[in-house]
Design a protein around this ligand. Sequence first.
Ligand code: FES
Ligand code: FES
Length: 153
Amino acid sequence: MPVFNLKVNGKSLSVEADEDTPLLWVLRDHFDLVGTKFGCGIGQCGACTVHADGVATRSCLLQVAVATEMEITTIEGLSEDASHPVQQAWKEIDVPQCGYCQAGQMMSAAAFLKETPNPSRSEIRDAMSGNICRCASYNRIEKAVELAASKLS
Ligand code: FES
Ligand code: FES
């Protein structure tokens, strides 16, 4: 099998894998970065969201061979000590219920706020609509994104 060199959370890492292996499995099974979750495997739930060159990306759909060209950030790399304003806001609002979807939610929120620093409630709703939460924590997510935006401004 070929070897791929990746840049993940600022570190250079290598993996031997088939070229069409989803980045999600490389992160979880080879690099032990298990904060990124498997939900649907078909790009529909957002649980697997990471940043690829700063853009919120479904890691279940990104092949490892393509990811080699990109700077990948996972929830473990968003900050060293959970001090990113999105993470702080999530804690203050106490967003998670079971927690399963929340890494993906925070990665989507962080990428969105970089592009849209002062979003309206409807912009937040639109931006976060691709991240499914089976515990229906949507109201708290919206409040947390608003709070994170205020922390970032
Ligand atoms: Fe990737 Fe659902 S696991 S979008
Ligand atoms: Fe349970 Fe979102 S907190 S799925």
